[in-house]
Write a protein that binds this ligand. Structure first.
Ligand code: SF4
Ligand code: F3S
Ligand code: FES
Length: 238
């Protein structure tokens, strides 16, 4: 099938503002949008800039706005998004500075990620077996959903609260905090909750649900945020 990719282009070294360019390519309906973008870059316009690595929905590097919704280009089939006439609109994700075309500066996003201490803290001596801190299957299941995050930023950059205020820590960072707050082996929940109770923490979330809809891993993002809010309200981690 023929599809026309309408791509928002911007090169800050030469352009004053972004503009749209259209490219028509021949692809299979079951090709991914990433394949169509490769076709453009490799056969029509080598100056098109996009970020991708794994091409299989694991690395989280090719989040972009496809027909106005955040998706991973490598997990989105052309046949599922091609509109009447075969057009697909592709733009960079919102709320982060555009470096070139579809590539944004992820540093503000990762600064929020680092701020919530996204690592296990346990200062007790290692257990007698010297190998692992045991955990029951039920304890492990408590945070299973939030372990699936690939840090693609689809959630945070679809959130109106983040668009309005980039200082908001954002849903992805809260998902990461959730993963450790509810881990029975971790000892830094109090510190993470203190960080998340600050003005740009969880309370900036207005339960809009865009984040949950956008997550390519199917994580119940708004639910996880709600669970963190509940701990802050009650002081109890359940
Ligand atoms: Fe991406 Fe989902 Fe993680 Fe957000 S929670 S960064 S959408 S994988
Ligand atoms: Fe934003 Fe998701 Fe909350 S879209 S407002 S973080 S529910
Ligand atoms: Fe790795 Fe799409 S390229 S998730």
């Amino acid at each position: 099938m023929k599809v026309t990719l309408k791509i928002k282009r911007f090169n800050p070294e030469v352009d004053k503002k972004p503009h749209w360019e259209s490219y028509t390519v021949e692809v299979e309906p079951t090709d991914r949008v990433l394949d169509a973008l490769h076709e453009v870059k490799w056969t029509q316009d080598g100056t098109l800039a996009l970020r991708r690595s794994c091409a299989h929905g694991i690395c989280g590097s090719d989040a972009m706005r496809i027909n106005g919704r955040n998706m991973l280009a490598c997990k989105t089939l052309v046949k599922d998004v091609a509109q009447e006439g075969g057009t697909i609109t592709v733009e960079p994700i919102l709320g982060l500075p555009v470096l070139k075309d579809l590539i944004v500066d992820m540093e503000p996003f990762f600064a929020h990620y680092r701020a919530v201490m996204p690592y296990l803290v346990n200062n007790d001596p290692l257990p007698a077996n010297g190998r692992e801190r045991l955990q029951s299957p039920a304890d492990r299941a408590r945070y299973d959903d939030t372990t699936k995050c690939i840090l693609c930023a689809c959630c945070t950059t679809s959130c109106p609260s983040f668009w309005a205020r980039g200082e908001y820590v954002g849903p992805a960072a809260i998902v990461q905090a959730h993963r450790f707050i509810f881990d029975s082996r971790d000892q830094a929940a109090e510190e993470r909750l203190r960080i998340l109770s600050e003005p740009d923490g969880v309370w900036r979330c207005r339960t809009v649900f865009n984040c949950t809809e956008a997550c390519p891993r199917g994580i119940q993002v708004t639910k996880a945020i709600g669970e963190v809010k509940e701990v802050l309200r009650t002081g109890v981690i359940q």
